[in-house]
Design a protein around this ligand. Structure first.
Ligand SMILES: [Zn+2]
Length: 343
C-alpha cells in the first residue's frame, strides 16, 4: 500500500496524522493589516484522496459554516484515509460585514474564480484560495444558502453531464439535484473544469444556523467521504427518492405579476399539484388579492421568506416531479411525518 504523503501549500506543510488550524492571508485591509481566512487541514494517517469543504463564498450564508466546522472539529479523524481541507469562511470581508458580496465595490467572490494574482482584489483573493486549497483536491463540496429573504430546501447543484461531478452529486444523497455547469467564475464550475469535481449544496436561508438542515448535510458529507474511501466506517447513502432536473422546462421561478404583500401557503420542500394556490399577493387594504397557482405538479425547492414583492420579484422556485417520483416523495413525506408524530 502507498504511503500517506504530506499536504503542502504556499510554504506550509501538514504531515500524515497531523491537523493544522491555519489563518491564511488572502488580502490586506485599508490599514495594511492581513485579511486572514481560517483553514483546517486534516491529513489522515492513511493514504487516500484529498477533498475540500467550503462555505460562505457569500458572506451571509451561514449554514455551511457550521457543517464545515463540525466536520473539522467534532469528528474523529483517527481513521481518516486521505486529507480534508476545511474552509468554513471563504469570503472573510463579506462575512465580517454580513453581506453577500465583497464590500469592495460589491464584487461577487463566487464569480471571481479561478482568480488572477495580477487582477482585481476579488480575483487576487480567489487566486490564493484556488491555487493553494482547491486545485490540489480530488473533489469538493461548496455550501451555500438561498439569498437573503428567501429559503431553499436542501438540494444539490451539479453538472450531471460530467461523470466525475455526477459521482460526487449522487453520493451526497439529496432528493433533488439541479443539473447545470454553473455560471462562469463560480467556484464549482471553475474547480470542476480544472479537474476537481465539485458540487454546490443549497440549504436554507441566509443569516441562520438551521440545525435540521445542518444535520442532514453532515450525513451527506459522511456519504461522500464513504464514496471516495476516506471513511471506511461509513456507507454511501440513498436518499429514498431522487429527481434530477436537467431541462429548463422542468423548473421555473414563479415571479410576482403584482406588487404587494405575500401570503405564502406552502413551505420549502412541499409538494404542490397543478393549479394549487401557492400564494396570494395583497395590498394594504386587503382588497383585490392576486392568486398565484402552480403551473405544474412539483416540489417547491425555494420560497420567499420576506413577504414583500415588486412585480418581477421571485415568489418560489418550482421543479417538476414525474408521477413515479411524486408518489415516492409523498410516501417519504408521510413516513417522515409519522416519525415526527405529526400524523
Ligand atoms: Zn451563495
Amino acid at each position: 500500500m502507498d504511503e500517506a504523503e504530506p499536504f503542502t501549500y504556499d510554504g506550509g506543510r501538514v504531515d500524515p496524522g497531523e491537523t493544522q488550524n491555519v489563518r491564511y492571508t488572502v488580502s490586506e485591509t485599508y490599514m495594511g493589516d492581513p485579511v486572514r481566512m481560517p483553514v483546517t487541514i486534516i491529513n489522515g494517517e492513511r493514504p487516500g484522496p484529498t477533498g475540500f469543504l467550503s462555505a460562505a463564498a457569500h458572506g451571509d450564508e451561514l449554514n455551511g459554516i457550521e457543517v464545515v466546522r463540525e466536520v473539522a472539529h467534532e469528528w474523529d479523524h483517527s481513521n481518516l484515509a486521505g486529507t480534508l481541507i476545511c474552509l468554513p469562511v471563504l469570503n472573510v470581508p463579506a462575512f465580517l460585514a454580513q453581506e453577500r458580496y465583497l464590500p469592495i465595490y460589491d464584487r461577487d467572490l463566487n464569480r471571481s474564480f479561478p482568480g488572477n494574482p495580477d487582477s482585481t482584489s476579488a480575483k487576487r483573493m480567489a487566486d490564493r484560495i484556488f491555487r493553494n486549497f482547491l486545485s490540489p483536491c480530488d473533489f469538493g463540496l461548496d455550501f451555500h444558502t438561498s439569498t437573503r429573504g428567501r429559503t431553499n430546501m436542501l438540494h444539490v447543484r451539479a453538472d450531471m453531464e460530467d461523470d466525475a461531478v455526477a459521482r460526487v452529486a449522487n453520493a451526497f444523497a439529496s432528493n433533488v439535484i439541479i443539473s447545470s455547469n454553473g455560471p462562469s467564475g463560480s467556484l464549482r464550475r471553475e474547480t470542476s473544469e480544472a479537474g476537481v469535481p465539485t458540487i454546490t449544496i443549497e440549504m436554507g436561508e441566509a443569516h441562520r444556523f438551521q440545525r435540521p438542515l445542518i444535520d442532514k448535510a453532515l450525513d451527506s458529507v459522511r456519504s461522500v467521504l464513504a464514496e471516495f474511501g476516506l471513511l471506511d466506517t461509513e456507507v454511501v447513502r440513498w436518499p429514498g427518492w431522487r429527481t434530477v432536473i436537467e431541462n429548463s422546462d422542468e423548473k421555473t421561478w414563479i415571479r410576482a405579476d403584482a406588487g404587494g404583500l405575500v401570503d405564502m401557503h406552502h413551505d420549502r420542500g412541499e409538494l404542490v399539484h397543478e393549479d394549487d394556490v401557492i400564494c396570494t399577493i395583497g395590498n394594504p387594504f386587503k382588497t383585490e388579492d392576486t392568486t398565484v397557482r402552480a403551473p405544474f405538479t412539483g416540489l417547491l425547492v425555494g420560497v420567499l421568506e420576506n413577504p414583500l414583492v415588486y412585480p418581477g420579484n421571485p415568489l418560489c422556485h418550482l421543479v417538476r416531479l414525474d408521477d413515479r417520483t411524486r408518489r415516492a416523495a409523498e410516501q417519504n413525506q408521510t413516513a417522515d411525518a409519522q416519525q415526527l408524530g405529526l400524523s
